[in-house]
Design a protein around this ligand. Structure first.
Ligand SMILES: Cc1cc2nc3c(=O)[nH]c(=O)nc-3n(C[C@H](O)[C@H](O)[C@H](O)COP(=O)(O)OP(=O)(O)OC[C@H]3O[C@@H](n4cnc5c(N)ncnc54)[C@H](O)[C@@H]3O)c2cc1C
Length: 443
């Protein structure tokens, strides 16, 4: 694995002199808060990766089986990856592929509704166990940017309605369609730290600065080799390293691409500037090619978007390329009314995983059944990692899935394929709606 600096190469700046560091990490040191290597050579279960997937899964395992000795290994510090640097939306529509599929597939429609409930329940679970994580009820507002995306959003609203979810449909000041649903927001890094504290209270041991190099089969399960050569063994290993998974050699990995996403945080905005935003108390997601999303936190605008497929050659894992920084700043200045440039205090990038269906992969490794993959979390990974942790925990323990809804969601996840047919159907419906609109305007 490339040697990556922790908590953002705070010395590095972009072409505008803005430090490339993550706003959420502000005020936190790079020092390992958890554990030392020595004396941890065996465990019942080893979880690799201290993001939401690894932390929540380890906690759910300990909740189910408190007697198990669980060890969590993190290459840097907990919350170092995407989990500590994201936008903080716990999305109620965490499986966008089922929005297209739900049109002709009642199982995907049911799974959409069940996952919506699971995502809200997971937010409550996080709030209970990580009280400083600022888990708050909010509203997700998806806004269209023109006639085509407005028509698409209308169809999506119908699908959501048919799935039994409540939503509101409205119009933005420029006449485009907007869809509103209840959601939660979090402070990402505080949630990672809060879950780590909860894990410790459950008796889980956490080792930071413990990068895993390889996993091999052994007589009793798996042998995990760290980059310093030490070997730890356990019956079961859960790999929750998401977009960093190719840093570990462990047989054939499920296919997934690495995607980088980027964010800015402004200096605190004036009341007038906040009022000029489309929704200053909501989480806004725009339907456009830049995937713009934003929210206010502590009077600052937290503004993100632009996906880039593939890793960078830079050693700086928080890097934001100059062209991306410029494009985000331009997009930001078009959304906040201001007589002069808005000061940007932070800019950073991060990486997530992209599978062909945008659904994660939670399954035993074909080469070594002692290893469970829990990876493939994409742009709605906050909700998915938290909501599906009980599934990953049950699979690791070889237990029945926690409840019927979880089992159903997991089954539908496994049978979901690329939605070519449903995508075509949705496109058909969108174009019919556009024709209807055009006709009614003429009439
Ligand atoms: C800029 C940005 C904004 C986003 N915004 C949102 C949002 O608003 N809502 C949403 O739902 N999703 C969002 N996402 C996606 C979401 O953050 C991720 O899907 C989710 O956090 C993935 O969690 P994870 O635990 O699987 O991975 P990660 O958080 O990446 O955790 C993986 C961990 O594994 C560790 N690791 C790596 N290699 C090793 C190794 N060899 N040994 C030991 N440990 C290792 C890493 O250091 C890391 O801590 C965003 C992502 C980015 C990048």
């Amino acid at each position: 694995m490339a040697d990556i600096e922790v908590h953002a190469a705070s010395q590095k700046s972009d072409q505008y002199g803005i430090p490339q560091r993550c706003y959420w990490h502000n005020g936190h040191s790079n020092d390992a808060a958890h554990g030392q290597h020595e004396g941890h050579s065996t465990a019942d279960i080893i979880v690799i990766g201290g993001g939401f997937a690894g932390l929540a899964t380890a906690c759910r395992i300990a909740e189910l089986r408190p007697e198990k000795k669980i060890l969590l290994l993190e290459a840097k510090v907990v919350g170092y990856g995407a989990s500590g640097r994201n936008g903080g939306l716990v999305s109620p529509l965490a499986a966008p592929i089922w929005l297209a599929g739900a049109l002709g597939n009642s199982r995907q429609s049911d799974a959409l509704r069940m996952l919506y409930t699971k995502s809200h329940e997971a937010a409550q679970w996080a709030k209970l166990h990580a009280p400083d994580a600022e888990v708050e009820a909010s509203e997700l507002q998806i806004t269209a940017q023109g006639a085509l995306t407005s028509a698409g959003l209308n169809e999506v609203a119908e699908v959501i309605g048919k799935s039994g979810l409540s939503y509101e449909l409205g119009k933005t000041p420029n006449g485009s369609c907007e869809l509103r649903l209840p959601c939660h927001t979090i402070h990402p890094y505080q949630l990672a730290l809060g879950l780590a504290d909860y894990a410790l209270r459950l008796g889980i041991q956490i080792l930071e600065y413990a990068p895993v190099q390889s996993i091999q089969s052994s007589k009793h399960g798996a042998a995990v080799t760290l980059s310093d050569g030490s070997i730890m063994s356990s019956e079961r290993v859960v790999v929750s390293t998401n977009a960093y998974s190719n840093s570990i050699s462990a047989g054939r990995q499920p296919p997934a691409k690495v995607v980088r996403n980027f964010m800015l945080a402004t200096a605190p905005l004036s009341e007038a500037q906040k009022a000029s935003l489309l929704g200053n108390d909501k989480f806004i997601v725009e339907l456009n090619s830049k995937y713009i999303f934003y929210r206010i936190h502590a009077d600052r605008l937290i503004f993100g978007g632009i996906d880039k497929i593939g890793t960078s050659t830079s050693e700086n894992d928080f890097e934001i390329p100059d062209a991306v920084s410029l494009a985000l700043r331009r997009a930001l200045s078009m959304r906040v009314k201001c007589e002069r440039d808005i000061a940007i205090d932070y800019s950073w990038g991060g990486r997530f995983h992209l599978t062909s269906t945008d659904l994660p992969v939670i399954k035993e490794c074909t080469d070594n059944p002692s290893v469970v993959y829990n990876i493939g979390y994409g742009g709605t990974g906050v909700a998915l990692t938290l909501a599906l942790a009980p599934v990953a925990a049950a699979l690791t323990l070889k237990q029945k899935l926690p409840d019927e809804d979880a089992a159903f969601i997991y089954q539908v996840m496994r049978e979901t394929r690329l939605p070519i047919i449903s995508g075509i159907k949705l496109a058909g419906l969108v174009s019919r709606r556009l024709l209807r609109q055009a006709f009614s305007i003429r009439a």
